[in-house]
Design a protein around this ligand. Structure first.
Ligand SMILES: [Zn+2]
Length: 481
């Protein structure tokens, strides 16, 4: 009897390992083999132009009264004088006062256009951290083989590298087959009204693009645990954004004789219910793609896990869940960010409110989330409203076999031959979220290696990244022909 059972177990183990090994052997690399191309060296003039671009303080302040229009107008004029051929050969429109739309007419109007995006604005320098910057954030300083300052990584490197590439192509009398648009928003850091206006204008003109490329993932050499090769992260979707305001009104009174339940009590219970009931996990399409692209490049022992998601997806989710950044990739998150109630220590407030910020996983719709929140709270005394009426649903997912992903990956493999290409879900937002009706192929990728100080202190990118970025856009445009 025991022998029979042991034999049965042995048979199951044998079949199971057979399936695991079979799947692993069949789990082939998705990295296209492409002849690498030698990119030009970085010209002194190109570097000077990026340095100058950093010096314009095109800051997006939360407080709109601090908006400095002269910085944006100055930046725009600087671009005209720095890139004379671009401004002669392309048409330029100013949209929504400060956003810019360039159009480079293609030779074959029957081909669909391509849109290259970047944003002009940068985040402010937090007063509390200014003293910790080791250089002037708006000096455009070069040291240690890097360019330093606010906006170097986010996002002037892309904007300037695109213009450098186009200017150079024009010197060489290159003419694009398809029309190329350059769309440079001016308030990405505030949600991108400029980009929304650019998208609306293109939509009115009936423009449908084969590809939109915006900032996004980077090339990382150290952010993927236990993976030695650099990885180029091509964003194929991004999470949505919504904040809910929970408000409770209940007669207040003197704190010497409190009710058993106050507005604050009711509110805190509601917030706690949301926090204690996390959303379901889901390896959404971009994350499954990430595992499918990266898995085959792993050593056999780990490859076996990625090749058999039917067995290991639970383990994979557990690994993601173990860090806040991983957790954000596999579920909609919810966190209270503002709580307000009360004005005096001996008065029970009659109103208490909390703002809870949600980042929506593709597949989770805003309306469903609101329903779920109301169900969880299960208390009519808590009113639920969308904060500022602003809801950005998660983006659609750009397919990995679509034109955008395929084209950008080939250019990456040409210009950064060591890098492994992988799709991924972006946690943060970009201006390209507004272009869902313009293209089904929106790729979020910034061609630079290990930038530092995004939205933080001592932001900088290596000169090598800048050289690669110019070369990348040059190849990207050439290869469209
Ligand atoms: Zn940005």
């Amino acid at each position: 009897m025991i022998r029979k059972a042991l034999l049965a177990i042995a048979a199951i183990v044998l079949v199971l390992s057979g399936v695991l090994v079979f799947n692993t052997l069949r789990f082939e690399s998705k990295q296209e083999s492409i002849e690498p191309v030698a990119l030009d060296s970085l010209k002194k003039r190109s570097l000077e132009r990026l340095q100058k671009a950093i010096q314009y303080q095109t800051i997006s302040y939360g407080d709109s009264t601090r908006f400095d229009s002269t910085a944006f107008v100055g930046f725009r004029n600087f671009l005209s004088s720095a890139y004379p051929l671009v401004h002669a050969a392309l048409t330029r429109e100013v949209v929504g006062k400060y956003s810019l739309l360039y159009r480079w007419e293609g030779m074959h109007p029957e081909l669909r256009p391509v849109i290259l995006m970047a944003h002009q604005d940068v985040v402010p320098i937090e007063e509390a951290t200014r003293s910790r910057w080791t250089i002037d954030p708006f000096g455009g300083i070069v040291k240690d083989n890097a360019i330093w300052g606010r906006g170097t990584a986010d996002d002037k490197i892309n904007l300037i590298a695109i213009l450098e590439a186009v200017e150079k192509l024009l010197v060489q009398r290159f003419s694009p087959d398809r029309t190329i648009y350059l769309a440079f928003g001016h308030d990405e850091e505030l949600g991108g009204k400029g980009a929304a206006a650019l998208a609306a204008l293109l939509k009115r003109r009936g423009v449908k693009a084969d590809m939109v490329l915006d900032e996004g993932g980077i090339i990382t050499t150290d952010k993927i645990p236990q993976f030695e090769r650099p990885v180029a992260l091509l964003g194929t979707s991004e999470k949505g954004y919504m904040s809910l305001e929970l408000t409770v009104e209940k007669a207040g009174g003197h704190s010497s004789q409190p009710d058993p339940e106050t507005a604050i009590d009711i509110l805190l219970k509601a917030v706690q219910r949301i926090r204690e009931n996390p959303f379901d996990t889901d390896l959404s399409e971009s994350t499954r793609g990430f595992l499918e692209y990266l898995g085959p490049e792993m050593p056999f022992s780990r490859k076996i896990v990625f090749a058999n998601p039917w067995l290991f997806s639970g383990v994979i989710k557990k690994i993601y869940e173990s860090t806040p950044s991983g957790n954000a990739i596999i579920r909609t998150t919810a966190v209270p960010t503002i709580i307000s109630a009360g004005v005096k220590d001996n008065v029970i407030p009659a109103v208490a409110s909390a703002t809870v910020n949600f980042r929506l996983l593709p597949g989770d719709k805003g309306a469903d989330i609101i329903e779920r929140v109301k169900r969880l709270i299960a208390d009519d005394r808590v009113k639920v409203n969308i904060h500022n009426g602003f809801l950005a649903e998660a983006s659609q997912v750009s397919p990995v076999d679509g034109y955008g992903f395929q084209h950008v990956s080939r250019v990456v493999r040409e210009s950064f031959p060591r890098a492994v290409v992988a799709p991924f879900l972006m946690i943060g937002g970009t201006d390209s979220r507004h272009f869902g009706e313009i293209s089904d192929n929106i790729i979020k990728f910034s061609p630079m290696v290990d930038p530092e100080g995004y939205h933080g202190i001592d932001e900088h990118v290596s000169l090598e990244s800048y050289r690669l970025a110019i070369g990348f856009y040059d190849r990207l445009i050439r290869n469209l022909n």
